[in-house]
Design a binder for this molecule. Structure first.
Ligand SMILES: [Cu+2]
Length: 125
């Protein structure tokens, strides 16, 4: 969804740039569109075998939203924790839960279940 919006925005920005170069001085939309739209959204399924995917790609300085959906009623996955950001969320079965934050530095951020048995990682570039 976010990707689609990003593409649409980039496209209209390109079109708008063309219009500006062509001499159109109506910059109303330009001010709105000029700020880089960037948000990453990644779906993570919590299964009996762990997180799917196990690793999530992110970019430093770009807001990241992970949408966790627990599809197993095994208790292990009922909570997700991102210790580096002090995040702890309950994950009801089959209810998408959004976890959002902005990684500021490159590196690896771990996330895990409440007991630390199931583990995943966010690779920030
Ligand atoms: Cu667990």
């Amino acid at each position: 969804m976010a990707r689609t919006r990003f593409l649409t925005t980039s496209l209209s920005f390109t079109v708008l740039l063309g219009a500006l170069v062509g001499g159109c001085q109506d910059g109303k939309e330009a001010t709105v569109e000029a700020s880089p739209p960037s948000e990453l959204r990644v779906a993570v399924e919590v299964t009996e075998d762990g997180y799917r995917p196990l690793e999530v790609d992110a970019k430093a300085g770009v807001p990241l939203t992970m949408v966790f959906t627990r599809t197993t009623d095994a208790d292990c996955g009922k909570k997700v924790v991102v210790p580096d950001f002090g995040i702890e969320r309950e994950l009801p079965v089959n209810v998408p839960v959004e976890v959002s934050f902005t990684p500021e530095h490159t590196g690896r951020i771990g996330f895990m279940c409440g007991m630390g048995q199931m583990k995943g990682a966010i690779l920030v570039q």
